[in-house]
Design a binder for this molecule. Structure first.
Ligand SMILES: C[S@@+](CC[C@H](N)C(=O)[O-])C[C@H]1O[C@@H](n2cnc3c(N)ncnc32)[C@H](O)[C@@H]1O
Length: 289
């Protein structure tokens, strides 16, 4: 593929440039993008054609490939290494406890801290120590698009800043709460890495003890969120929106909690991603009337 090498963060500005071949996707790695060039325009490099990957699914976080589910076969692992040439390949066997600590097996190379770029945000994290939900990419982008500048947002389960960083980048003032000291340290580093110190206030501790004042939007990115709704509902006004994550549709439970709090709300439920053979990770948008 004939390509021009550019900083990855300039990719969005190149859409529509005459020399860009829109029929092919750029190849992005470590902050650099190789953009396919149309016939007749000069290129910086001639990259070998990439064969189409049809192997076992994985997520690349920084330079570590992450697998979920069953252990891969030797051939599946070799194909992943050949395809993305990662520093390491890990398998997340599951997550334990309320802090969702990953139970991880290193299958190839080395693992550890990475600097992951996604949708223009920087996330520093160690995927062997804290959760990073790649399957929530669309939900992150959706939240970023809903947020209006100046909104006051509570992120009750901030993790390393998966939602806090995009929301703050969209102009919100975010109160980000996280109970796990390791995830909290990464949250603090990600606030700095994205230059958002004036928009995100991180707090280490149980969100139920730190919610304060009235919020325009409350992010509840934890499967136990429905059980903590009463705490959140003490900090809303008419027009506030809560994004309540759950396994399966939680509309009925949410409506009951809203009524118990003496409020009324419109609830819409949407799928985030598949969670096991018969279950879905859902998010409910709860708009207080
Ligand atoms: C499933 S992770 C989700 C992180 C992020 N919101 C996302 O969707 O990718 C949940 C996070 O909530 C944190 N957490 C759990 N219970 C909490 C509580 N009561 N107060 C604050 N944080 C909590 C965990 O430590 C974990 O980092």
């Amino acid at each position: 593929m004939r390509a021009r090498k550019v900083p990855a963060n300039t990719l969005a500005d190149l859409a529509g440039e005459e020399w860009v071949d829109p029929t092919r996707r750029p190849y992005v790695r470590d902050g650099t993008a190789w953009v396919p060039v149309r016939e007749g325009y000069p290129a910086d490099e001639n990259l070998p054609e990439r064969t189409r990957y049809r192997g076992r699914g994985y997520h690349l976080v920084g330079d570590i490939a992450i697998l979920h589910g069953d252990a891969p076969t030797k051939d599946e692992l070799a194909a992943i290494v050949e395809h993305c040439r990662p520093r390491g390949v890990i398998r997340v066997k599951g997550y334990t406890g309320v802090m969702r600590i990953p139970d991880v097996e290193v299958l190839y190379g080395t693992a550890g801290e990475v600097r992951h770029r996604e949708q223009g945000y920087t996330f520093i994290l160690d995927p062997t120590r804290v959760m990073f939900a790649q399957g929530n990419r669309i939900e992150k982008a959706r939240i970023a698009s809903l947020v209006r500048p100046g909104e006051r947002i509570a992120d009750m389960f901030a993790g390393i800043g998966y939602f806090s960083i995009p929301a703050a980048m969209s102009g919100a003032q975010v109160h980000a709460m996280e109970i796990n000291p390791i995830a909290f340290e990464y949250l603090q580093r990600n606030i700095m890495a994205n230059n958002l110190a004036d928009r995100v206030t991180g707090v280490l501790g149980d969100c139920r003890e730190h919610l304060s004042g009235i919020y325009d939007r409350i992010l509840m990115g934890h499967f136990d969120a429905p059980s903590m709704l009463a705490d959140a509902l003490a900090h809303v006004r008419s027009g506030s929106v809560l994004h309540v994550h759950s396994i399966g549709n939680a509309t009925e439970t949410i409506q009951k909690e809203v009524a118990k709090a003496g409020l009324e709300a419109a609830v819409t439920s949407r799928r985030v991603k598949k969670y096991g053979p018969h279950a879905w990770h859902m998010v409910q948008d709860v708009t207080i009337s």
